[in-house]
Design a protein. Structure first.
Length: 132
C-alpha cells in the first residue's frame, strides 16, 4: 500500500466491493484487498430476488447491474432430494441469476469508479505487511 488508508477492507466479494463503493462515495479513503485474477475458487451461483433492486439503488449501481446482462428470473427452483418445486416472485417481478464472481466483478468496477483503491494480492501477504 502506498499510503495508509482510512479504511482497509479485506475481501473483494460482493459484500466487500459494495462496502468499498458505499464508503468511497461517502468520501472515505478506502483500500480494498482482493485476490488476484484467477486466484478465486470456483464461482457460486446465486439467485437475487427483485428486492435486490433496492440495494442496487442505495449503492448507485443499478445501471451497471443492468448492463452486466445477468439472467433475469421469475422465481426460484428448489430441489430437496428427488423433489423439486418452483416458487415464483410476487406480482410477476423478476430477480437476477448471477455467479458471485461475476457480480463481484461488476461491484469491483463500481468501487474503483467511486474512488476506492483496489489491490489484488494474497491476503497472507497483506497481513505480513501490516505486521511490519
Amino acid at each position: 500500500m502506498s499510503r495508509s488508508p482510512e479504511i482497509l477492507i479485506i475481501g473483494g466479494g460482493p459484500a466487500g466491493c459494495a462496502a468499498a463503493r458505499l464508503l468511497a462515495t461517502w468520501g472515505h479513503d478506502i483500500v480494498l484487498i482482493t485476490r488476484p485474477d484467477g486466484a478465486s475458487p470456483a464461482p457460486l451461483a446465486e439467485s437475487i430476488p427483485p428486492s435486490g433492486r433496492k440495494l442496487w439503488s442505495v449503492l448507485g449501481v443499478q445501471d451497471a447491474v443492468d448492463r452486466a446482462g445477468f439472467v433475469r428470473a421469475t422465481g426460484n427452483t428448489v430441489w430437496w432430494g428427488a423433489e423439486s418445486r418452483v416458487e415464483l416472485f410476487a406480482d410477476g417481478e423478476r430477480g437476477w441469476q448471477v455467479t458471485d464472481l461475476a457480480l463481484a466483478r461488476v461491484l469491483l468496477d463500481q468501487a474503483r469508479a467511486a474512488g476506492a483503491r483496489v489491490e489484488q494480492r494474497i491476503v497472507s501477504q497483506t497481513c505480513e505487511r501490516l505486521r511490519s
